[in-house]
Ligand binder design. Structure first.
Ligand code: UDP
Ligand code: MG
Length: 307
């Protein structure tokens, strides 16, 4: 089993995390490794990690060259994981290490993905809870993939799922959506996230907003589609408007020059929006292609291979 932990300026939490995680896996009778990914910390995090790797052969540390962000730090750790099951979790103890055996239990029951769902966060204010709730409602309405509300990056995946996941090499990634989309046998476990053990959240409002936008743009072409629909609607309206303008012209209610001006404005406006929508559709396609996602992946292969 591999436990992947992204850490960014977590000097006050790492040792506590290490103790708790080691305690949690002790009863499992499994070989394990704890992979810390230092995401360009500016504090003593790398020094603490270096010491832990010397003390305990179960600990590995990957030190990134700079801050790449939570999602890429997790990805880096996953790329290097060697276990049959891979658990990703935060290093601030908001993802309780004591739950590791529960995740492993589900995995042993045959699940390939054990996704945890945050029930309530003591830490999160009213605003964060409200925005999070609405965010998932909008996200799910806009994208074809179901993304579990309250889903966190605390999960266990089987090695096979990891191998598939590693074929997804897109840059702006929203891992919880990708894992949701990947299929296999999935189950969820809920947990109550405690307060951060020490230190402050590394996610500012701006980072949260970017992350939220990544979630929408990575899985949905709806924002691009909107321009097409608006274009069609305004094209239709401009046709109606042209009919009205011609009617005014024929019945002699129009001032000289008004008819032609109105027709040109409506026609050009409508046409431009429609063509922008069409361009949007093509950009949508380009966008799907540049993600270079694998076309399909198997959960199992039955029957004998014949040579
Ligand atoms: N983290 C990271 N890189 C970043 C920001 C955060 O590796 O750029 C790590 C951080 O050290 C922690 C986890 O990601 O282990 C979750 O971050 P945090 O607790 O700040 O987020 P929150 O729980 O407030 O959403
Ligand atoms: Mg946290």
């Amino acid at each position: 089993m591999s436990i992947v932990v992204p850490v960014y300026n977590e000097q006050l939490n790492i040792e506590k995390f290490y103790e708790e995680a080691t305690k949690a896996v002790a009863g499992l009778d499994m070989d394990y490794e704890i992979i810390f990914v230092d995401d360009g910390s500016k504090d003593t995090t790398p020094l603490i990690l270096s010491r832990l790797t010397q003390q305990d052969a179960h600990v590995r540390a990957l030190i990134l060259a700079r801050n790449f962000g939570h999602q890429l730090a997790i990805t880096c750790g996953m790329d290097h994981a060697k276990g049959d099951a891979i658990i990703t979790m935060d290093g601030d103890l908001q993802h309780p290490p004591a739950m590791i055996p529960d995740l492993v239990q589900k995995w042993r029951e045959g699940y390939d993905v054990v996704q945890t769902v945050r029930k309530a966060t003591d830490d999160a204010g009213f605003l964060k809870r409200l925005t999070s709730k609405w965010y998932y409602i909008i996200l799910n309405a806009m994208s074809p993939v179901h993304i579990t509300p309250g889903g966190s990056d605390f999960r266990l995946i089987d090695k096979r799922v990891l191998e598939t996941f590693m074929r997804f090499r897109e840059h702006d990634r929203f891992i919880r959506g990708m894992i949701g989309d990947i299929g296999y046998k999935q189950t969820t476990l809920s947990f109550i996230a405690p307060r951060r053990y020490a230190g402050k959240s590394k996610f500012s409002g701006r980072k949260m907003l970017h992350f939220a936008l990544d979630g929408i743009t990575a899985f949905s072409k709806t924002p691009l589609r909107i321009s097409f629909y608006v274009g069609l609607l305004s094209g239709l309206l401009s046709v109606l408007m042209i009919i009205h303008v011609l009617y005014c012209h024929i019945t002699g209610q129009a001032a000289p020059g008004w008819t032609t001006t109105m027709i040109v404005v409506c026609l050009m406006g409508g046409l431009q929006l429609i063509f922008m929508g069409i361009i949007g559709e093509y950009i949508g396609r380009i966008f799907e292609e540049v993600k270079q996602r694998p076309l399909y992946w198997l959960r199992a292969e039955l029957g004998q291979k014949k040579d």
